[in-house]
Design a protein around this ligand. Sequence first.
Ligand SMILES: *Cc1c(COP(=O)(O)O)cnc(C)c1O
Length: 474
Amino acid sequence: MGDPLNEQDLAAQALALVNQAAGPYLDSLPERLVRDATADPLIDELGGPLPEQGAGALAAIEELLAVGTQASVHSSGPRFFHLVVGGATPAAMAGDWATALLDQNAGLWVTSPLASRLETVVLGWLKDLFGLPQDFGGVLTPSATFANLTGLAAARYWWADRHGVDVVADGLVGLPQMPVLTSGYVHASTRKALQLLGCGRDTLRTFVRDDAGRIDPAALERALIELDGAPAVIVGNLGEVNAGDSDPIDELADLAEQYRAWLHVDGAFGLFAAISPRTAHLARGVERADSITADGHKWLNVPQESGFSFVKDSSILGKTFGGWGAAYLPTLDDEQISYNMHGPESSRRARAFPIWATLRAYGRAGHREMVERHLDVAAHLGRIVDGAPDFELLAPVQLCVTCFRYRPPGVPEPDLDALNARLGAAILEDGRVYVGTTTYRGVTALRPTFVNWRITEPEADLLVQVIREIGPQL
Ligand SMILES: *Cc1c(COP(=O)(O)O)cnc(C)c1O
């Protein structure tokens, strides 16, 4: 024990332990509680001081599995509707295991031509899936937050260049504030990206015409006119997290074209609207954007961490992130691509493998079917809610989110926010289903989101049943 060199023969056995746990764990997901708080004390068993003498690989993995299979939030099961969290398709999950097995460093071509080539392949497949031109550049990222950072870093490069400044070499000093214009649908991660880029989290300007945050395009256009030709960035939001609504991307693309602004579109989950003819109109115009964000670990159902950034000008990522100036690193190369020159990371895992696996396994049709099933589940819940005397639908269902509140007859309006907040907390404590609350148009609302491949209509029915069981006791 103690030294991995003594355990060379145990690696496959340690992996076999994970494999043995997989069957029972995955089989249990449809039935078990999403979260069983009584398992929390088990987590203490994994704490304590750093061991001086190790327990060995098999013991360590056994401990991790024993606690992990109990104390996890079982969000990869079919009853997790909180936030926007996907599951992992069978192929994607196995692809992720293969990623760990092969342990490629996908930062440089030289450390893994395989990972680099497959990154190019999956970026091409994803562009095809979303109807984006093949000559767009792109890079895989750990998340949509990182994809927003990537796309907005490219925007910042372009914007500074329009001012005659190389922001990569010289920074922001001497430049004005970068104007970033958007709607009230903007996600917090866009603000975070601006914060990290030195552009300032609170410099973002929102143009809204109602309390949901819907865009006021005329006001946004007036702001562009006032800028009088100075370069600006417009952020379009394709899929807003409270109710699933979107900005009119085509209209924003028109404005960007007319005023020569950069259009960045955050389609973390909303970009998947493009893959079904039923919702493709919501994404119309996205192919005209300068940079686009989407997530793999949401609606593609690839394990955490998976995101993608696409940019129209395929040379701009290299200009923004390449040129590290380290003597031991290669230079930009169009054939043998080192993807760490196209994004913010250096060493990185072969994020392409699970994406490749799920797209190879289920193809365009399989992923379209999954998306459409979720559209159906959200609409099904929307119909139940709309027709029920004890519920109120708060927004039309357009994608995978159903935004509503519990409104039993006889409860006065001023008490409804507190009731729904208590309900949200009680649902999480119950654990059979998982759903979050939000403030939407000034009221406390539930916003179940359906993006996990395992979710079907009966799971949405269970949510209704749980609310009607718990609600009257509150
Ligand atoms: C989830 C989400 C993000 C952030 O995604 P992460 O993958 O959690 O970083 C950004 N924008 C939108 C619209 C989202 O739904």
